[in-house]
Design a binder for this molecule. Structure first.
Ligand code: EPZ
Length: 420
């Protein structure tokens, strides 16, 4: 199994090119199931989750190619509606095939994604919304067995909680339904917005894009004609590199970012004393002369993203004072804390609140990655730590960061991928 070896306490410099967003690419790949024409998707990150979903589409009978960040997917030949356990367990966002498969074929069997390190990750909101659209849902032997014999009907749906993939699933289901669907309390993440824009360019009729209320006029089963797509930049990858510069007090520039999507993250870094210059598609960060502690509450977009919580916790170990981090979306998203403690951090946990006492001198250690963003927090801590850190189980990182060691090496980090 691979691990990363990082020699810390080195400054970074130069420019890093941000890849396409994993969490935009996944719903865009799933929505190819709604298209009667082959779909070409550019700027797809070359990460494990994308390859897993492409494999799933191929297992359903689709034709797909993926090279140099460009995928071409043709789902006309899809002849199966079963998303099986051995793929779904590797990548829970496979649940994004549920809405499109059910809408297009009137039935499907999708393995329950199960939980993960950060929480139980239920899909009750996805299922309840589909039932409101006339679907018959049964859970059998770990699978969601969904049927809509008379096809899906438009409905007025109010999400009890804001759910990103839940919103994406139901938007895709509503596209082919009979009649109008209204969605309230729908997610407004940039990845959801891009999905809606792409669907409309393909012939869908979605109103209210970017707001928390959508109105979708279903096509009654008529498939879309999706056109060439270019995935938006990954705001979480970008935020992670900003934190890499911040934790090593370095001056770096990010290219290929949509800085509009990083307002909450940039605002926190600015508050901590970092000097940030934002242009439309690039961001420069310069060191802070006095790293101030910060209070963070994770909320849905455009608030501070939960996917940046672990990275900021690593950064807060270097702040001159006490920071308080309140994780409000997931019940177990503090798996990185015990590993940071091994490196010398001083963090106290109480339920969903972490109190980070800084500054602390971090020292290199053997640490274990547990989930995608926790792993990136360990990389950040290793960059700042004195001495050598080995990060094990980095398959978690490979799910969502394209060429992390290559990009960090280009910025001057001493980082190697080795096998144990
Ligand atoms: C998406 O996950 C992202 N994944 C996650 O990113 C991200 O952390 C999360 O949204 C929140 O922003 C993708 O887009 C592929 P949710 P998702 O449904 O859709 C509860 C990463 O690091 N909930 O918005 O699964 C749920 O338990 C990943 O890239 C229900 O109760 O998250 C959570 O508390 C990690 N019932 C809250 O809603 C449901 O049916 C938000 O979850 C669905 C969700």
């Amino acid at each position: 199994m691979d691990y990363l070896e990082i020699e810390g306490s080195k400054k970074l410099n130069g420019t890093v090119i941000i890849s396409g967003a994993k969490n935009a690419a996944l719903p865009l790949l799933a929505c190819t199931l709604l298209s009667k024409t082959p779909v070409c998707i550019n700027n797809i990150p070359n990460v494990a989750d994308v390859k897993t979903l492409l494999q799933l589409l191929e297992n359903l009978g689709a034709k797909q190619t993926f090279e140099s960040n460009r995928a071409v997917v043709n789902t006309i030949s899809v002849n199966s509606t079963c998303a099986n356990y051995d793929i779904v367990r590797k990548m829970r966002a496979s649940i994004l095939t549920l809405g499109p498969l059910l809408a297009r074929f009137g039935h499907c069997e999708v393995s329950l994604p199960g939980g993960c390190a950060i929480g139980q990750r239920p899909i009750d909101l996805h299922l309840r919304a589909l039932e409101q659209m006339g679907a018959i849902i049964e859970i059998k032997q770990g699978y969601v067995i969904a049927k809509a014999p008379k096809s899906l009907e438009g409905a007025n749906i109010i999400f009890d909680k804001i759910t990103v993939t839940g919103s994406e699933n139901i938007i895709m289901a509503a596209i082919l339904a009979n009649g109008v669907t209204t969605l309230s309390n729908v997610a407004k993440e940039p990845e959801v917005v891009q999905l809606c824009e792409v669907l409309n360019e393909g012939g869908a009729k979605i109103k209210g894009i970017g707001s928390d209320e959508l109105e979708i006029e279903g096509s009654g089963g008529e498939l879309l004609k999706l056109d060439d797509i270019t995935v938006i930049p990954d705001r979480i990858e970008a935020g992670t590199y900003l934190c890499a510069a911040a934790i090593t007090n370095s001056d770096i520039t990010l290219k290929n970012v949509t800085s509009e999507h990083l307002k909450a993250v940039v605002s926190k870094l600015t508050y901590m004393g970092y000097v940030i210059e934002r242009n439309e598609n690039s961001i420069n960060i310069k060191p802070s002369s006095n790293i101030l502690p910060i209070d963070i509450k994770t909320v849905e977009y455009p608030g501070f993203p939960t996917d940046m919580q672990a990275q900021f916790m690593a950064l807060c170990t270097q702040a001159n004072g006490t920071s308080v981090i309140d994780e409000r979306l997931f019940e177990n998203r503090f798996m990185h804390v015990s590993e940071l403690l091994r490196m010398g951090a001083d963090i106290k946990l109480s339920s969903h609140i972490a109190t980070v006492y800084g500054p602390t001198k971090l020292t290199g250690a053997d640490v274990m990655a547990t989930d995608l963003r926790a792993s990136s927090a360990l990389v950040l801590a290793a960059l700042a730590a004195k001495g050598k850190t080995r990060i094990h189980r980095i398959y978690h990182l490979d799910r969502g960061y394209e060429d992390l060691e290559g990009k960090l090496s280009m910025l001057g980090a001493s980082i190697k991928r080795l096998s144990e």
